[in-house]
Design a protein around this ligand. Structure first.
Ligand code: ASC
Length: 149
């Protein structure tokens, strides 16, 4: 009796542990909106740092640090929106066939944005320029491989 109850509880636990990625969104369209919204916010805040790095906007160390910090946080978000069964939007179907490569690129982006946040906090414009370039390359390599234009 007890052991039966225990195994039922374990089975329930396993279901809930496996659920989050699939259950986070009520429908596939919500997942697509979520990942596109996260990418939009990411581009806005990255764009503010990039504008300073490119000299289009005067350098403001505090603003660069604040925006880079946001990019580091936001870059953690889009990936949950690429859950199984959410193919569509601008995402190429290869994402779901090349999960290891996609994960590798998303990890690389997050490593680069973390580094950008650290560098921006340091306030050295040349270092920020170099890390904006490295981060932008990572954005581009993933978009080239996995985003439809
Ligand atoms: C952006 C943005 C991207 C990347 C990419 C960098 O601001 O919207 O997709 O940077 O252009 O190469």
């Amino acid at each position: 009796m007890i052991s039966r109850l225990v195994s039922v509880l374990f089975a329930a636990g396993a279901i809930f542990a496996a659920a989050p990625a699939a259950a986070q969104f009520a429908k596939s369209e919500d997942a697509v909106n979520y990942r596109q919204s996260a990418m939009f916010l990411q581009a806005q805040h990255f764009g503010r740092v990039a504008a300073m790095a490119n000299g289009r906007v005067p350098f403001d160390a505090a603003a660069a640090a604040a925006n880079a910090e946001l990019v580091a946080t936001i870059s953690k978000l889009p990936w949950a929106g690429f859950a199984a069964g959410t193919e569509g939007g601008k995402a190429k179907p290869e994402i779901w066939k090349e999960q290891a490569k996609f994960k590798e690129l998303s990890d690389k982006l997050q490593a680069n944005t973390e580094k950008l946040a650290v560098v921006a906090k340091g306030g050295n414009l040349d270092a920020i320029k170099a890390q904006v370039a490295a981060t932008g390359e990572t954005c581009k390599s993933c978009h080239d491989a996995y985003r439809n234009r």
